[in-house]
Write a protein that binds this ligand. Structure first.
Ligand SMILES: [Zn+2]
Ligand SMILES: [Zn+2]
Length: 417
């Protein structure tokens, strides 16, 4: 059952997602998914299934009609997300929404252009005929190509909203390579030129998992883009890092305030840092030159990085990550799921990517921290989900402890992250 969303009264700016057409595994009816959807809800038979994979989601652009030709599928990386870069004196952000050829060949077009916006994608399944060319350029290398373009940058991070593989069909005829969608020749090309390694379609572990609580069998709750599903019966939270639900440790911060409340999810990350001393709150005060007294308690107090567990525009994302990390919020917590809350749409592993950026944003003098960043290593020791209480104001939600507000409008659109 969809959750009632208390923010639904305000204007929703729809971000542009590429769409996928798939037949309901239960009744066979066609279902349209957005590329960020993790839940398939069939409008005909009401089946709800969670989409899971052991790797990247893989799609293909479908042929306009059946053909007896031998079709070859060319791999492209689909990247959508935020590229952050620490420069000499500032942190810059750029929204990336693109497709890039996953091969080094000079023959194929470098991007898919507008095709995925015009055509509906389909999952790559084992029964699809054709040769699927294995991607040659791995994702980190493609992301590196953005980094090379970010001149004088000390550190960069890509926070992926979508990282998937999309195959586009071609065929060879009369010693020419044809785009199978446009049925136009692309370049002179002989069959013997096609010596690229082939991968088998459908070997990426797509699974449709019934959204039932693994502990008690109750229906799990979640919005269609939720990465974390909740069980109100046994009060548990679940995520799906590969192809099975796993319990997720979470707490809910008690509000310490009256009135209608809304909860936003944040990741609390315990990160082992190498190359710089940052294990206690006192270390952070010294590093950031923060206006706080260093007490013995600060020296003892374990230090956590914080990050929003939801996608929000880059400026707000960095502001909240920085403020929460500086504030190190703590208070009474419980483990009872709140009534009104925002879905988790950013995985902890992506949040970890922002840790060095958060560090750089806390330290006012970028000339000191920036050159150190390449030498700093980070390793996630523990992630914990915390729902933070906000009072609902006219235009914004206000954190009941920190007093900082977040514009409601910023929450209803996910552009930027
Ligand atoms: Zn169905
Ligand atoms: Zn349960």
């Amino acid at each position: 059952m969809p959750l009632k969303h208390p923010l639904s009264a305000i204007n929703v700016v729809k971000e542009f997602n590429w769409q996928i057409e798939h037949n309901c595994p239960q009744c066979g009816a066609p279902v349209i998914l957005d590329e960020t959807d993790r839940l398939l809800t069939c409008p005909y038979c009401r089946t709800r299934l969670y989409l899971a994979t052991t790797g990247y989601f893989q799609y293909h652009l479908p042929l306009p009609e059946a053909t007896s030709r031998e079709v070859i599928y060319i791999p492209y990386w689909r990247l959508k997300g935020l590229f952050l870069s620490v420069q000499d004196r500032e942190i810059s952000s750029r929204f990336v929404d693109t497709s890039l050829l996953a091969l080094t060949s000079g023959v194929f077009p470098l991007s898919l252009g507008l095709k995925p916006q015009v055509l509906k994608l389909k999952f790559v399944l084992p029964e699809i005929r054709g040769q699927f060319i294995a991607p040659y350029l791995p994702v980190p290398e493609v992301i590196n190509s953005f980094q090379r373009r970010a001149a004088s940058s000390f550190h960069q991070a890509f926070i992926g909203e979508v990282v998937s593989l999309i195959y586009s069909p071609v065929y060879i005829e009369n010693d020419n390579l044809y785009d199978a969608l446009l049925r136009r020749p692309v370049a002179p090309w002989k069959r013997e030129d096609m010596d690229l390694p082939v991968s088998s379609p459908g070997q990426w572990g797509l699974q449709f998992i019934p959204t039932l609580c693994p502990r008690c069998g109750w229906d799990l709750e979640g919005e269609k883009t939720s990465l974390v599903l909740l069980c109100r019966n046994c009060n548990s939270a679940w995520n799906c890092p590969t192809t099975a639900f796993e319990p997720l440790s979470f707490t809910v911060m008690e509000p310490g305030a009256n009135g209608p409340l809304y909860y936003l999810p944040f990741w609390r990350l315990k990160v082992a840092i190498g190359g710089i001393k940052l294990t206690s709150y006192a270390d952070l005060i010294r590093l950031g030159n923060l206006p706080r007294a260093i007490t013995d308690a600060c020296e003892e107090k374990a230090f956590y990085f914080w990050s929003p567990a939801f996608k929000v525009n880059p400026t707000l994302f960095l502001r909240w990550a920085r403020q929460m990390t500086v504030f190190q919020p703590e208070g009474r917590v419980n483990e009872t799921l709140p009534q009104e809350f925002y879905p988790v749409t950013l995985p902890a592993q992506e949040a970890l990517e922002t840790v060095k950026i958060t560090m750089a944003s806390i330290i006012a003098d970028k000339r000191v921290i920036s050159p150190l960043l390449p030498k700093i290593q980070t390793r996630l020791e523990e992630s914990h989900l915390v729902y933070h209480p906000f009072t609902i104001g006219h235009h914004e939600l206000i954190h009941t402890y920190i007093g900082m507000g977040i514009d409601k409008k910023a929450l209803t659109y996910g552009i930027g992250l």
